[in-house]
Design a protein around this ligand. Structure first.
Ligand SMILES: Nc1nc2c(ncn2[C@@H]2O[C@H](COP(=O)(O)OP(=O)(O)OP(=O)(O)O)[C@@H](O)[C@H]2O)c(=O)[nH]1
Ligand SMILES: [Mg+2]
Length: 321
């Protein structure tokens, strides 16, 4: 298939077309993604999350520079259409090609969060796979850390980075415990502003409560000033050190297996849900069941079993899907 070959060659337009198809959930795009998949697994995926406005996009911009200096190619998936990025091809609906200034080694894809039933990870993982197949060495994933997505980032990345800033000092307490425990690297950005020490001490206090075994990775805290690119090289070095730790300790394989399991189950879940939903809506039975449950004429489990029975009847059709 031509589009798959083009993607493997790193063709931006082909990748943009497939990404669009995935977002629109076109069946042919899913087939193409399946053909791309065997060529993935090489990229190092880094997830960056943190409260709004701490400077994640700016930091990613500076990290792009740091990785490019090391001769590495970079892909960026930003779960936020307004993220301001510079210096790479933007894989959007419209591919913006700045012919002379464009760095072929950098691809950026912003995604809108609208209408995602599968949550952050299903669509994001597909974008990561495509960038991986394009041959990007490092893939940076930005998510705004409000609520659930903070923890979800750990499900898509090899290394999870929590970005904080002096403005977010008080937010350290309210940030979901999950990400505080899952983060491999902490960044305190906006070092130019006063108050970074306070955030660092909060993070250190929190890390002091975590138990580490002798061979465990102990999360470091990196101070950055993303607007002037200060600390970006150091952060890139820490991240690559974490990658080495993941490789050597066998943790990378473990994490990727956990992710493969998540991805598999997520696919089953969303397929079954969509298939049943569409089928039942088409046949007019969904509302009937919903009303029945609301009026206590049937319990939710028995109603679900009716749908599962119906699904069984459609089994042959589904597997030919
Ligand atoms: N003073 C200072 N400002 C910074 C620094 N890094 C980023 N900013 C500014 O902080 C603001 C937010 O930066 P973004 O990079 O958009 O932050 P973000 O975390 O990606 O924001 P959301 O995606 O909206 O959550 C911008 O005005 C940046 O210029 C820094 O190191 N120092
Ligand atoms: Mg941003």
């Amino acid at each position: 298939m031509e589009i798959v070959e083009k993607i493997l060659e790193g063709n931006v337009l082909a990748a943009a077309v497939l990404m669009r198809g995935i977002e629109d959930e076109r069946p042919d795009a899913l087939v193409e993604l399946g053909m791309v998949y065997p060529h993935t697994g090489r990229a190092y995926v880094i997830g960056l999350t943190g409260p709004p406005g701490v400077g994640k996009s700016t930091l990613i911009d500076s990290l792009i520079g740091a990785f490019r200096k090391k001769g590495m190619t970079v892909g960026v998936v930003a779960v936020d259409p307004t993220s301001p990025f510079t210096g790479g091809a933007v894989l959007g609906d419209r591919v913006r090609m700045q012919e002379h200034t464009m760095d072929q080694g950098v691809f950026i894809r912003s995604m809108a969060t609208r209408g995602w039933r599968g949550g952050l990870s299903k669509a994001t993982i597909s974008m990561i796979h495509i960038m991986d197949a394009m041959g990007k060495d490092v893939i940076l994933v930005e998510t705004v850390g409000t609520g659930q997505s903070e923890v979800e980032i750990t499900k898509v990345s090899d290394t999870s980075v929590l970005v904080l800033s002096p403005d977010s000092g008080d937010q350290v307490q309210v940030i979901k415990a999950g990400i505080l425990e899952a983060a491999d690297v902490f960044v305190v950005n906006k070092a130019d502003k006063g108050g970074a020490e306070y955030v660092i001490s909060r993070v250190e206090f929190m890390l002091g409560m975590r138990t580490f075994h002798p061979n465990d990775w102990k999360p470091g805290i990196v101070l950055t000033e993303a607007i002037s690119k200060k600390g970006a090289d150091e952060l890139a070095d820490v991240l690559l050190k974490h990658k080495e730790y993941l490789d050597v300790s066998g943790e990378l394989e473990k994490r990727r297996k956990i992710r493969a399991r998540e991805e598999l189950l997520k696919n089953v879940e969303s397929f079954v849900r969509d298939y049943c939903y569409q089928g039942f809506v088409a046949e007019g039975h969904l509302e009937e069941l919903v009303d029945g449950i609301a009026q206590r004429k049937i319990d939710p489990h028995s109603a679900a079993m009716k749908i599962i029975d119906w699904l069984g009847g459609h089994f042959k059709q589904i597997s030919a899907h």
